[in-house]
Write a protein of this length. Structure first.
Lengths: 103, 669, 500
């Protein structure tokens, strides 16, 4: 059945997910939600990889996905650790309060 | 002995090392043995070398020690050249040097009743003095211009160190010269010894620049610096180049031998201890310029215009310095200006090609001027460093030896027959007359002034009533370490004329006495003689005699005038000074030359230097250009920095937009 | 082997030093001096075995070449010839002196200080012995860091400013050099090996050579420093600790002049003629300008710093006087300046340690109190003034002599520099030693062997070398001449080709 669903549907879904994620990153202030949005963007990309992998009958895309999933896991671990530290020091998860990188 | 000539340099160096390193520990008696002993040893070696050269009929002996520097075709050997000229100089330097060393062993010690207090830096003094002897010998013994330049600079450095020997003394305010009770002429204060030493070194260096450039010119045109090669090849150069070489070398001589316009350091050099004034600033170092020109006569013979220029510079220097000496009240400064003046005579001689006459006067001048300076030092020593002749008077009974020797040397300086100075000066005058009667005219006027100021000083200091009774009571004759050298030098000043009796006149009169010095120097100066004799129109016998008599009459007359002025009727000079007050003030202030140099050279240089340091360097280059560049970069950074808001969202948006643009570009292109 | 040992010994020493107990300062200092002395001893055979050593075809002795990044033709290639032999010796010698001179002056973070000194020695020797562009650049930049830290950590009041200035100046210079190096690398046949590149030098078109030469010369001119790129030097010297000043003036400045001769000139022989007028003018201006500015300084160290600008001008002038005499003299003058200026900074340090001031007005008449010190100061000054018999004369006289036969105007102006040189240096001596005693100096301790054996021995050693070079300069010229002859021939040949 899946053969009948055209590639463009997957891509469209992936684009929508990616846009939602990007929008979330840009708009939301809560760091945890931003982190989740980043995850969503990555999963959108994963979806694209899988779709093309299937479409091109090649396993390369799936290997990339594994890689990305590993990286994402690492990223979450580091990101959450950072958030915990930030929370401890500044008692806030609102990212607007962190602008000490200002040039 | 000539092969061991290096010993004359090595011995004083050893003495200097000993005195310099151990001098403080071994005590001043040992130092005062070692210091003169090494110079005496050097003198004996010098005598041996002299005899060697005599046996070789004046043929030059070269002693190669080592090669200093070799680069490509450039080669400077350390080779010593012993020939009649350098052997003469060696004897003068070590001989007079030895006497002055002996003299200094007592001069540098203060006697106070039964106690003796050697100078705090007694050992240092003899160290420097020994180094000076070595340096001077390098100068006269080198067989090439590079080595001569080495000695040339080294004697300058020794002179610097010795003038500034009493480095902690401050400048000495001189009292105004009183003409009578009401009127006085103010004179500038004397520089401190340290400042005088520096002045001497820097002024000498200006001359050295000329000398060095001359050497460079020789090298770049001839390709060698060795005397023999240079003199062989110099005639191949074009006339212009030769003249430039001659002129540039003479600039060096102007500095070292205190000729106009670089003579200003010599009077201030009197701030040094008196033995130094006698040895360095009268007898030896200042004659280096004359020696250099005699040595380079092959060049100067080919540059007659420059030679004439030298003669006139010498004559004018002799005259100007003589006029200044007329009114000085500081005994050593009278002698200093007299030295400048006598050096002028020597340059007049070498300028007109009378090289051996120049050497002759160099030697006799070394005798009598050393004696005069040591005499002045003896007076200073007795009067506890008072050198102002206005505070002396009547010293002739208190200090008989000093007085007599000073008088004898004064006669020689004044050119009274038959003292040595008479013969040497007269020979120069005759040669000058041959070249140009104008030179002779300047010379004879200067000779009159010389006799006058010498005896003015003698009459004021030694004759008459004591002016400062306290000092007079204090005065006493010095010990034999001082008086014996004085007598030896006085004897030399008396009989030194035998070296160069006026052979033309005597031969005419049927007395076959040769001109000893002339014959002795002939092997070296042969080229000069050839040139001289080639076009020579010798003065007639009568002219020679007339010139001789004129000189004698002028000299004796001037001494008489001085006697009349300062012994018979002391009111005359005061009246004279009052009526010619402006002129008197100008002379007392040395024509304001120091002030002029100060305002046109020294101050502008310092101002330029200040502008450079505080304006150009700190403001324009550092604050302006360097910090300016930094500031511009900082500003650009600041502007760009504003883009970094610090909000992650902004960065994310920028990334997002950037990604869109990139995708869009590839999509729509 | 010897060269590799010279590079390795200080580095290993620095690493071991880090593991020694920090509290035992005597041990740290003894160890550091031991390492530096060992390195000095190792470097001596370079001189004494110079002639018998095997000569590689291009004239380098003790050469070693090990492939490093073969795919890029980068190798560890080191060697010694007349140009760098004496600079290596000078470096190993002065490092010992530097460590000795900071015996009591440095208290804080001694371990790091000594380690940095040793590391600096490796870097500087590396610059001098490298025969590979990449290796050279590595050492060149590596030498920058320890020096900057020396100034920035153990310096005076404005040390951070001075260190930053030092770093930025040098970086600005060396960035274009890196680009030019890449260009040379590509043009010269994709190799970083210096002898190969020199052999291929004529491949690069003349116009390109001009710009590449400029890029190289800019980096080196900053280091020399050539007027008007000199303003980092006074501030660096004033702030640096004594040992920093000694090594900076003594060795680091020579990296600039040495590299000009080693890299800029043989790599771009066709460009020399183009840039000679500019470089000669700048060095003559530097000679006069440095001297004039030095004349009115109030700070002793600043005066010596500006005198360095003048003296380094003589070196550059000699190099570009176009003949072998000038080049040989320039090499000797590098050594001379290292010794005499090093000595001056050392002596200033001795005074500074006791009085904590370098203002002239605080001194005056101190010769009474410190006769032995005074003698050393006068000798060092004479050496710097260029008095015959001492070393400074050899270089100065021959540089001027050589310049005169090529460019009379430049030589005449430069010769007047020696008058100014005498003026400002003797003024300095007069302000410090002569005159009535400034009573603030009542308690100065003289530098006799009994009181200060370390300082005394250092001074004697340096002065002895000064006399040795002054009296027997052929000890140096014998070794230097073949290398300069080769360089002069190369330049001469290129000029002939260009002329046709």
């Amino acid at each position: 059945m899946i053969d009948q669903i055209p590639l463009s549907y997957y891509l469209l879904l992936s684009a929508i997910l990616f846009t939602i994620g990007a929008g979330g990153v840009l708009i939301r202030r809560n760091a945890i939600i931003i982190l989740m949005c980043v995850e969503m963007m990555m999963n959108a990309v994963n979806l694209t990889f899988i779709a093309f992998s299937r479409y091109l009958q090649s396993a390369d895309g799936q290997i990339f996905v594994f890689m990305i999933m590993v990286v994402a896991a690492v990223e979450v671990a580091v990101g959450l650790a950072l958030l915990v530290e930030l929370n401890r020091h500044r008692e806030a998860v609102n990212i607007d309060e962190f602008n000490s990188l200002k040039g | 002995m000539a092969n061991f000539i290096w010993l004359v340099i090595a011995l004083p160096v050893l003495g200097a090392l000993f005195n310099g390193i151990l001098g403080r520990r071994v005590g001043y008696q040992v130092v005062s043995m070692v210091g003169p002993a090494v110079v005496l040893a050097a003198f004996l070696v010098g005598v041996g070398a002299f005899i060697d050269v005599l046996n070789h009929q004046g043929e030059a002996i070269q002693v190669h020690l080592w090669t200093w520097a070799t680069i490509g075709n450039f080669n400077v050997p350390v080779t010593l050249l012993v020939d009649p000229v350098s052997a003469t100089m060696v004897l003068v330097v070590t001989g007079i040097g030895f006497l002055i060393h002996v003299y200094a062993t007592d001069y540098m010690v203060h006697h106070d009743h039964d106690h003796t207090h050697p100078d705090r830096d007694f050992a240092r003094f003899f160290t420097f003095l020994n180094i000076f002897i070595a340096s001077m010998l390098i100068l006269v013994l080198g067989n090439n211009y590079a080595l001569m330049f080495v000695g040339w600079e080294l004697v300058g450095a020794c002179s610097y160190l010795l003038i500034g020997f009493w480095y902690d003394r401050t400048e000495d305010p001189q009292r105004a010269i009183e003409i009578d009770g009401a009127e006085s002429v103010s004179i500038p204060s004397l520089l401190s010894p340290a400042a005088s030493g520096m002045k001497a070194f820097v002024v000498n260096r200006i001359g050295d620049v000329g000398f060095a450039l001359g050497i460079f010119l020789i090298w770049s045109t001839i390709g060698s610096l060795e005397f023999t090669t240079v003199f062989e090849k110099v005639h191949e150069l074009d006339h212009n180049t030769i003249s430039w070489i001659a002129l540039l070398l003479f600039v060096g001589a102007m500095g070292k031998s205190a000729q106009i316009p670089l003579y200003v350091w010599l009077p201030d050099a009197m701030a040094g201890p008196t033995p130094v004034s006698a040895l360095i600033h009268a007898a030896t170092m200042v004659t280096a310029g004359v020696y250099m020109i005699v040595r380079s006569h092959a060049i100067y013979n080919l540059a007659p215009e420059v030679s004439l220029f030298i003669a006139f510079v010498g004559a004018i220097t002799a005259f100007i310095a003589g006029t200044i000496a007329l009114v000085q009240v500081d005994l050593k400064r009278v002698l200093a200006y007299s030295t400048v003046s006598q050096l002028g005579y020597m340059f007049m001689a070498v300028g007109v090609g009378a090289y051996s006459s120049g050497m002759f006067h160099l030697v006799t001048h070394a005798f009598f001027k050393a004696c005069l300076f040591l005499g002045a030092g003896s007076v200073m020593h007795a009067l506890h460093d008072v050198i102002d002749i206005r505070r002396m008077g009547g010293l002739k009974d208190k200090m008989p030896h000093t007085y007599r020797t000073f008088f004898i040397a004064g006669l020689a300086l004044a050119g009274i027959p038959p003292m040595s100075g008479f013969f040497s000066k007269d020979e120069i005058m005759a040669k000058a007359f041959e070249a140009s009667p104008i030179l002779w005219g300047i010379g004879i006027v200067t000779a009159g002034m010389t006799a006058f100021y010498t005896f003015r000083a003698i009459f004021i200091a030694f004759h008459g009533e004591p002016r400062d009774h306290h000092l007079y009571e204090h005065a006493h004759e010095n010990r034999s370490a001082v008086t014996v050298p004085l007598w030896i030098l006085a004897a030399l000043a008396t009989f030194g004329g035998l070296l160069g009796l006026p052979a033309p006149i005597l031969n005419e009169l049927g007395i076959p006495i040769p001109h000893l010095l002339d014959n002795w120097l002939k092997p070296v100066l042969e080229i000069a003689h050839a040139a001289e004799h080639g076009e020579a129109h010798h003065l007639s016998f009568m002219t020679e005699v007339v010139l001789l008599l004129t000189s004698s009459v002028v000299a004796i007359g001037s001494v008489g005038l001085a006697y009349f002025f300062y012994v018979v009727n002391p009111e005359i000079p005061k009246n004279l000074a009052r009526t010619t007050r402006p002129l008197f003030a100008v002379l007392a202030n040395k024509y304001y030359v120091d002030e002029i140099y100060n305002s046109i050279i020294v101050q502008p240089a310092l101002n330029l230097s200040k502008t450079m340091a505080q304006g150009v360097d700190m403001v324009i280059i550092d604050k302006g250009i360097v910090d300016g560049v930094a500031k511009v970069i900082g500003m650009i950074g600041g502007l760009l920095g504003d883009l970094q808001s610090g909000y992650i969202r902004h960065y994310a948006l920028a990334t997002f937009i950037g990604a869109l643009l990139m995708v869009g570009y590839f999509f729509f292109r | 082997m010897i060269i590799s040992a010279l590079l390795a010994v200080p580095l290993i020493g620095a690493i071991i030093l880090m593991f020694l107990p920090r509290e035992n300062k005597e041990l740290l200092k003894m160890f550091a001096v031991g390492v530096a002395t060992l390195n000095f001893i190792i470097s001596l055979p370079l001189y004494f075995m110079y002639d018998s050593a095997a000569v590689s075809p291009d004239g380098y002795r003790f050469a070693a070449q090990i492939a490093w990044i073969p795919s890029l033709s980068i190798s560890y290639h080191v060697g010694v010839d007349g140009l760098n032999l004496f600079l290596i010796l000078l470096t190993t010698f002065l490092t010992v002196i530097c460590i000795l001179s900071s015996w009591t002056a440095i208290e804080e973070q001694l371990t790091e200080y000594l380690a940095i000194m040793l590391f600096l020695e490796t870097a500087v020797i590396g610059v001098f012995v490298s025969l590979d562009l990449f290796l050279f650049y590595l050492f060149w930049e590596a030498s920058l860091i320890p020096m900057a830290i020396l100034i920035g950590r153990w310096g005076g009041k404005n040390r951070i400013y001075a260190a930053t200035k030092f770093i930025l100046y040098t970086m600005v210079g060396s960035a274009p050099m890196l680009v030019a190096m890449l260009a040379v690398y590509v043009w010269g046949g994709h190799t970083a090996d210096l002898p190969t590149l020199v052999a291929n030098a004529n491949v690069i078109p003349p116009d390109t050579q001009k710009w590449l030469f400029f890029a190289f010369a800019l980096a080196f001119a900053v280091k020399v420093p050539l007027f008007p790129l000199h303003t980092w030097l006074p501030s660096a010297h004033v702030e640096a600790p004594t040992a920093g000043s000694i090594i900076l003036a003594g060795v680091l400045l020579k990296m600039g002049t040495y590299s000009l001769m080693r890299y800029a000139m043989p790599l771009f022989p066709m460009a020399i003629a183009t840039w000679t007028p500019l470089l000669v003018s700048l060095s003559v201006i530097g000679i006069l300008y440095g001297a004039l500015v030095a004349l009115v300084q109030d700070d002793v160290k600043k005066l010596v710093a500006y005198s360095s600008v003048a003296h380094m001008g003589f070196i550059v002038l000699g190099m570009f006087s176009g003949g072998q005499i000038g080049m040989s003299a320039a090499v000797v003058q590098m050594v001379n300046h290292g010794l005499s200026t090093g000595m001056l900074f050392f002596l200033i340090g001795v005074l500074y340690e006791q009085r904590h001031t370098r203002e002239f007005s605080e001194y005056g008449g101190i010769w009474v109190k410190v006769p032995v010190f005074g003698v050393f100061l006068i000798l060092a000054t004479f050496s710097s003034v260029g008095l015959p018999g001492l070393n400074g004369f050899v270089g100065e006289f021959l540089v001027l002599l050589s310049t005169f036969s090529v460019n009379r105007t430049a030589a005449i102006f430069a010769t007047f520099g020696i008058v100014l040189g005498a003026w400002y240096l003797l003024t300095a001596v007069r302000k410090v030693l002569f005159g009535p005693l400034n009573t603030a100096n009542e308690n100065l301790i003289d530098m006799t062997f009994q009181n200060k054996p370390r300082e005394f021995c250092i001074s004697v050693a340096i002065i002895a070398l000064c006399f040795l070079i002054g009296l027997f300069p052929n000890l140096l010229f014998d070794k230097i001449n073949p290398a300069t002859a080769q360089l002069a021939t190369l330049i001469h040949a290129t000029t002939l080709i260009a002329g046709q």
